[in-house]
Design a protein around this ligand. Sequence first.
Ligand code: HEM
Length: 408
Amino acid sequence: MPGSAISAFDLALPTLDTAGLERPEVLAAIREARSEHWLARTPIGFMLTDYRDAVAVLRDRKFHSALSLLPEMAGLEPDKYMQNRRRSILAMEGDEHARLRRLVAPAFTPTATDRLRPFMREVVSALVDEVVGQGRCEFVADICEPYPIPIICELLGAPKEDWKLFSEWATDIFRIFNQDLAADLPAIERASGQLEAYVLSMVEQRRSHPSDDLLSSLIAIEEAGDRLSSEELVMLAEAVLMAGTDTTRNQLACSVALLSEHPDQWALLADRPELAPRAVEETMRYLGAVRGTVRVASVDIEYRDVLFPAGTIVSIALAGANMDPEVFASPDTFDITAERDAVQMTFGSGIHFCMGAALARAELQEALPLLARRMPDLGRDGPVEWKPSTFGIWGPARLPLRFRPPAP
Ligand code: HEM
C-alpha cells in the first residue's frame, strides 16, 4: 500500500563503516551486515550491497548522482567553477543527461573504440620493452601510470608532444577527490582552465579540418538538428580525461596483482589470448578498481517497503554486488575461464553506466594477454602496497613484480 513504507531512519539496521578497512575485512563486514538485513546504515546514510538492489537503485532515475554534493560536503560556496562541475555528465540528471548520452553514445560503441586496439598494443609493447630485459618492474609506475594518457590523447586527437600536458592536467583535476578541496581548488581550476583553452582551440581547428578522432565525430554528430555546443565538447573532453585515466590505471594494476597470485591462470592467458575478454570481466568482478558509488534521493522514494526521504544518501557497494552469491555461483573462486550468469558491476549500471566501458574493456583486453606473453613466470618481487581504502577509485600504489626475461 503506497505510503505505508517505514522510513529507513526508523529501521533497526546493521551498521557498516568500511572506511580504512582492508578488502577482505570490507567483504566480511558486508557479508555479516547482509545476513541481518539487505540495507545497512553508514556514517553518511545507507548502503546497499546486493546485486539486485544495486542494479535497481542505479536504474531508478529518482536517485541522482551525489557528485554534485562534493563541494557542499567540503563546506565550499558554489562558485563559477563548481557550477561548471555540476554540469559535468557525471553529475547531470534527467532530460539534459539523456540528451547528451544519446548524442555521444555513437562515438563510444565497441566498433568506434576498436580502431584504437593496434595503438593500444603499440603503447603497452613500448612500455614492456623498457623493463622486460631486467626481469622485474614496479608495475604501477612502469606500466599502469603511463598507459591511459596516450590512449585518451589518441582518442581525442591530441598529438604525442602534448601527452605530458594531459597527464599533468589529469593529476591536478583529480585533486577534486582528495579530502582537501578548499586547498586544492586553485590547482584544479588552473588545470581545468588550461584544458578548456586547449580543447576549444582543437574544436576550432576540427570544425574547419575534420579528422577521424573523437572530437571530430562529436562535432559532426547531429540528431534532429540538435548538436553539441563548444562548451559541451570541452566538458566531455574533461569527463573523458577524468573518468578514463585513473580508473584504467588502477584496474590494470588490480587485475595484474590478482593474476600474479594465480600463476596457472597467467600462463593460460599467455597460451590462450582469446580468454582476454573473460579474464577482464572476472578480474573486474573479483577485484574491481571502483568499489562503490553514491546516490542521493531527489524526492521521497519508496523501495522494498522502505522510505528514503528526499536528500537521503545511499551508497552502492559495487564490490559487494560483485560477490553476491545469489547471482554469482562460488563468488570467492577466481576463474578466468568461468562463464558467469550476470555482468560484473564495476562499470556501474543504469543511466550513468560507464560511457567508456567499451574503451576500457579494449584497453585491458589488449594489455593483459600481451603482458602474460611477455612477462612469463610472473610473481611478486616484494609486498603490494595498496592505496588507502576508499569507496571510490582504488588499487595498488606499488606492485613490485618479477618475471622471466627473454633469453639473450
Ligand atoms: C576500468 C576502467 C573504468 C572503470 C572501472 C569505470 C567505472 C565507471 C563507473 C562505475 C561509472 C559510473 C559512476 C556512477 O554511476 O556514479 C563510470 C562512469 C563514466 N565513465 Fe567510466 N570507468 C572506466 C573507464 C572509463 C574510460 C576509459 C572512460 C572514457 C573514455 C570512462 C568514461 C566515463 C564517463 C564519461 C562516465 C559518466 C557517464 C555518465 O555519467 O553518464 N570510463 N565509469
